[in-house]
Design a protein around this ligand. Structure first.
Ligand code: GLN
Length: 305
């Protein structure tokens, strides 16, 4: 039996005393207000046991981790049709890059870069009755926690400085890959990024990716086995933008990062794990988060490879 509590405690102590040259995301001013030294970890296994250290109960902006939930909800509603408007290839470019869109006729490489998540947001607006509310309820259900909510000051901050996302959506609209009003889609997209969750809540929500799509608390099948396989494959290949190869190389788990400093990862059939530390490297991924997960798979001797 692997002693996860001891491993997490060791990792936390080792990393918390190390130099962190990362920087908090400041292009969304509201995110820059966070205490840079926050650091929390939570691992939840398939039988529902939770192992956690540090600031694991404090909520933070999940940002792009939300793209996994949004793509999952769209996949569960539309099935394979979603891949007609968004691809499944790693981009190798920054999360908010415009460069490939023109060459590829407004079809984003994958649902985990901003352009892809904006197309997914457009699909959800078309198919959900009360898009923002229905989406929030979906995330609350996965985490088993109804108090999870949007952070409206982050939404406003993203709107005020969302020039690149506005460029992405207008560009895709010119190719016919956005059905709804661009402001409505951006409003949904910013809300989805602004959801606040703690490491413990996120780690519970990610358990479906380790558990064949089944929500452990109710037995409900949120996605089928094949769909979960595909979401994990996408996290493995596209979860860290132009650092996806590095994450695979060093950690060896499917995962997804966000510029709020969170990283969620999954060991299929074993556990989900979430780390939060706001200082990011140049690629927009949490410095301590990457280190923590590298040490986790190294110390436990377990990775999917
Ligand atoms: N809301 C952020 C944005 O649109 C999400 C980016 C991220 O977490 N990588 O830029």
């Amino acid at each position: 039996m692997v002693n996860y509590q001891e491993i997490l405690q060791d990792i936390y102590t080792e990393i918390a005393s190390s130099e962190n040259e990362g920087k908090i995301a400041s292009y969304i001013p509201e995110l820059a207000k966070i205490d840079a030294n926050k650091f929390g970890i939570c691992l939840t296994n398939l039988v529902g046991r939770e192992y956690h250290v540090g600031d694991s109960d404090e909520r933070f902006s999940i940002q792009s981790i939300s793209k996994v939930f949004a793509a999952s909800l769209a996949f569960s509603i539309l099935g394979d049709k979603i891949w007609e408007r968004v691809g499944v290839e790693p981009s190798g470019t920054k999360f908010n890059s415009l460069i490939q869109l023109e060459l590829e006729n407004g079809i984003p490489r994958n649902p985990f870069i901003n352009a892809g998540a904006i197309v997914v947001a457009d699909m959800l607006i078309t198919h959900l009755k009360h898009p923002k509310n229905d989406y929030l309820e979906f995330v609350q259900k996965l985490a088993g926690e109804n108090s999870i909510n949007f952070d409206f000051s982050v939404v406003d901050s993203e709107k005020d400085y969302g020039y690149r996302n506005a460029a992405l959506i207008n560009f895709m609209k010119s190719y016919g890959n956005i059905e709804n009003d661009v402001d409505e889609v951006l409003d949904f997209y910013f809300h989805s990024c602004s959801i606040e969750m703690s490491c413990r809540e996120l780690s519970r929500a990610f358990l479906i990716y380790a558990n064949h799509g089944i929500l452990a608390s109710t037995g409900e099948k949120v996605l089928d086995k094949s769909q979960i396989k595909r979401m994990n494959a996408l996290m493995q290949t596209c979860g860290f933008y132009d650092e996806a190869g590095e994450f695979s190389f060093k950690v060896g788990l499917p995962g997804k990062s966000g510029v709020g400093g969170g990283i969620a990862a999954v060991f299929p059939k074993e556990y989900s794990v979430v780390v939060w530390s706001p200082k990011l490297n140049k690629k927009g991924n949490s410095v301590y988060g990457l280190k923590t997960l590298e040490l986790l798979t190294t110390k436990s001797g377990l990775s999917i490879f």
